[in-house]
Design a protein around this ligand. Structure first.
Ligand SMILES: [Zn+2]
Ligand SMILES: [Zn+2]
Length: 146
């Protein structure tokens, strides 16, 4: 493994918060000031395809990376796209049953599943509260002026 790749891997593991490629690049650049964004991208791809990190593709937002490669579920914020680890163990038994059932019901060989929880993260919920308070204040003012 090249030194660059080693540094990138370390930063992904250290960040531990499902960073985007940009966030990883910012951190890596502090240690390797001459590295380019393209090099970081390419190395992230290689690290992901070799199974050192996982690549998360939450659909609506930027691609993110995960230094944890063990089986775990994620909660994605539907507003800002941040990703947190879901504090529950993978549902081995019930989902293994489901996988078997699917395998029997269809002509597909089933090799696994993806399960993603969708929610609103704590900072987005705070924003929501602020906004709804602002709306409430606004409508109060209106009432007063009438
Ligand atoms: Zn959020
Ligand atoms: Zn994770």
């Amino acid at each position: 493994m090249t030194n660059q790749r080693q540094v990138i891997l370390e930063e992904v593991k250290n960040l531990g918060s499902h960073p985007t490629a940009d966030e990883i690049y910012e951190r890596v650049r502090k240690r390797l000031p001459r590295i380019s964004m393209g090099t970081v991208y390419r190395n992230l791809d290689t690290l992901a395809s070799c199974g050192f990190i996982s690549k998360l593709e939450p659909g609506q937002s930027q691609m993110r990376f995960d230094g944890k490669t063990n089986d775990h579920y994620h909660i994605t914020c539907m507003r800002c796209g941040c990703i947190e680890d879901a504090p529950i163990a993978p549902l081995q038994d019930s989902l293994a049953n489901l996988e078997n059932a699917l395998g029997n019901l269809t002509k597909h060989g089933i090799f696994g599943h993806k399960l993603e929880f969708i929610g609103l993260c704590s900072s987005c919920r705070k924003e929501d509260k602020k906004n709804s308070r602002a709306i409430a204040n606004h409508s109060n003012e209106k009432k007063k002026s009438i």
